[in-house]
Write a new protein. Structure first.
Length: 558
């Protein structure tokens, strides 16, 4: 299944599942009708940022023949700057296509929004005004969002994410050991949990909206600051790309605290993110998430644990837990420093320092040479018997990186994200235990639609104006409503136009918003239109990846 979804500047995004939150004033619309009764609206308490309030929320429906438009309405709003809701529907009757905010909360260019359509029977949506602390919110009554459903059964998607503690490499913390005070300390890492409440959900949009476009690039934010926690891709800028980490970890990550383990053997640490501890490991203690220090609006949360009776030369590590299982382990600390080999990288890049919090930033074409030096045996880098090299994470079956030699690592186009290289000699991990590299992503996958270049009915238009926004729509100028316009599709939404692997348009579900714009779909991907402005075409593939919007305005010739 293709999990990559198309991001547009308006922040349309397909999100992973969201956990239950508070409700406020649920109910049907004024003048309730049979159609509206089939939808149940749940507005989250997290909508009321900055002291906002509302008297009531409701839904109202408009039957459009083959589709139904659901308006989400608010009454008595006071300075409403955010809206988070889930909308229940009957998946045997309806298939959700898009959620679109109205202009009631301001210009759409000043809104961040996230939508998740993959749970059969429920739509999740959030929208927040960017930099809302110095912008006015909505006051009064208005329709704040619209949800378009087709009158056909929803696709049989998974209903909920597998919930558990974080296992991604980016959620691994760096443990520190103060032998003088016998204190272990570490920072909170849970990629996508921008409000640092222990779970990744739709409300994590709020911290991103609050500081949207803050930047220190090409550097990175201080690792112990709150902006670092919100910068999900770690590129030193809070932007639209930081929606992706929320989606990638949505509700899959739940954290109730940390378990602290110890062993005299470094090999008892887990070898994989979800692997078990070794037989010689023992649970030293636990720290509850509620015991974290630090205010999320100011700093990244921090934890500490005092070891009551430390054993000389013992190794320690911590793992996040949801109460039933453990997540990705931290680095090892302790042990006998005199026995630890030293891992180093030759000619490191100029950015970062090689730690998980500040990885070396490099291109996918870069090759890296590492050395491992043992305090007794010297350079053991090429010792294939006693030296063990590893990389985490390893994308299954991707061939994303290879060892050209025991110490030379090559990366190819299949790998993106952060990888941590580790080494040990005779079972003893190096000190430092690993070096982290963030590979600049090469984006693939997703769904893009664009006018068929072979269709001469489309107007000639420059490559930068491909109808992807309100400011640059296609102006269709027939003097009748019989002219047909055809689309093409591919899987490369990050390069406008025909640059990716072609996608068969007949496998897609197409729709237009608003519906009156459309006269008919001649075939899938080919349409005729009415005279209309401010309309767009959107498609959805069988995996419910939603495409970019292609905006079209139809005007009759004078």
């Amino acid at each position: 299944m293709n999990t990559r979804t198309w991001l547009v500047l308006s922040a349309m995004f397909l999100l992973l599942a969201v956990s239950a939150c508070g409700t406020q004033n649920m109910g049907a619309a004024d003048n309730p009708n049979r159609e509206a009764a089939r939808f149940s609206l749940n507005v989250w308490d997290e909508s009321y940022v900055g002291g906002a309030s509302a008297q009531d929320f409701s839904v109202r429906t408009e039957d459009q023949g083959d589709s139904v438009l659901v308006d989400v309405n608010v009454a008595g709003a006071q300075d409403l700057k955010a809206l988070y809701f889930d909308l229940a529907y009957d998946p045997a009757i309806y298939r959700p296509m898009v959620v679109e905010p109205t202009k009631a909360m301001g210009d759409k260019g000043n809104l961040l929004q996230l939508t998740w359509l993959k749970e059969r029977g429920k739509v999740y949506h959030g929208q927040v005004i960017t930099n809302y602390e110095w912008r006015k919110g909505l006051t009064g009554d208005a329709t704040v969002a619209q949800v378009l459903f087709l009158k056909q059964p929803a696709v049989n998607n998974r209903t909920i994410s597998a919930i558990g503690p974080p296992v991604a490499n980016s959620s691994s913390t760096t443990l520190a050991w103060d032998s003088g005070t016998s204190t272990l300390s570490w920072l909170y890492f849970n990629t996508g949990d921008y409000d640092q409440n222990g779970e990744v959900n739709i409300a994590d949009l709020t911290p991103l909206g609050a500081d949207f476009l803050e930047s220190v690039a090409p550097a990175t934010f201080p690792i112990d600051g709150h902006l670092s926690a919100v910068d999900g891709d770690g590129n030193g800028e809070l932007n639209i790309a930081d929606l992706t980490p929320i989606g990638a970890n949505f509700q899959a990550n739940a954290l109730g605290g940390y378990n602290i383990y110890e062993s005299l053997a470094a090999t008892d640490a887990p070898s994989t993110a979800t692997g078990p501890n070794g037989a010689g490991a023992s649970l030293t203690g636990s720290v509850a998430f509620a015991d974290a220090t630090g205010i999320p609006a100011d700093v990244r949360k921090a934890f500490s644990f005092v070891v009551g009776a430390p054993v000389p030369n013992v190794f320690y590590w911590v793992r996040p837990t949801d109460g039933t299982g453990d997540g990705i382990a931290s680095n090892l600390v302790g042990g006998n420093p005199a026995n630890a080999p030293v891992l180093a990288i030759l000619n490191p890049p100029g950015t970062g320092n090689g730690t998980p919090g500040s990885p070396y930033i490099c291109d996918v074409t870069t090759d890296f040479q590492f050395t491992l030096t043992d305090p007794v045996d010297g350079d053991v880098s090429a010792d294939t018997t006693n030296t063990v090299w590893s990389a985490n994470p390893v994308p299954p079956g991707s061939g994303a990186f290879t060892q050209a030699s025991p110490t030379l690592w090559n990366f190819n186009d299949a790998f993106t994200g952060t990888v941590t290289i580790s080494a040990s000699y005779n079972g003893t991990p190096s000190n430092p235990s690993s070096i982290s590299l963030r590979i600049n992503p090469i984006v693939t996958g997703g769904l893009e639609i664009y006018p068929d270049p072979a269709d001469t009915d489309w107007p000639a238009i420059s490559p930068i104006d491909l109808g992807t926004g309100h400011d640059n729509p296609y102006f269709v100028l027939p003097n009748d409503d019989t002219t047909e316009y055809s689309f093409k599709a591919d899987d490369d939404p990050d390069t406008v136009g025909p640059s990716g692997t072609p996608v068969d348009v007949t496998t897609l579900t197409w729709t237009a918003f608003p519906a009156p714009f459309l006269v008919s779909w001649v075939t899938e991907g080919t349409f005729t239109s009415n005279t209309f402005t401010n309309a767009y075409i959107v498609a959805q593939d069988p995996d419910t990846n939603t495409s970019n919007h292609v905006y079209v305005e139809r005007h009759n010739l004078p």
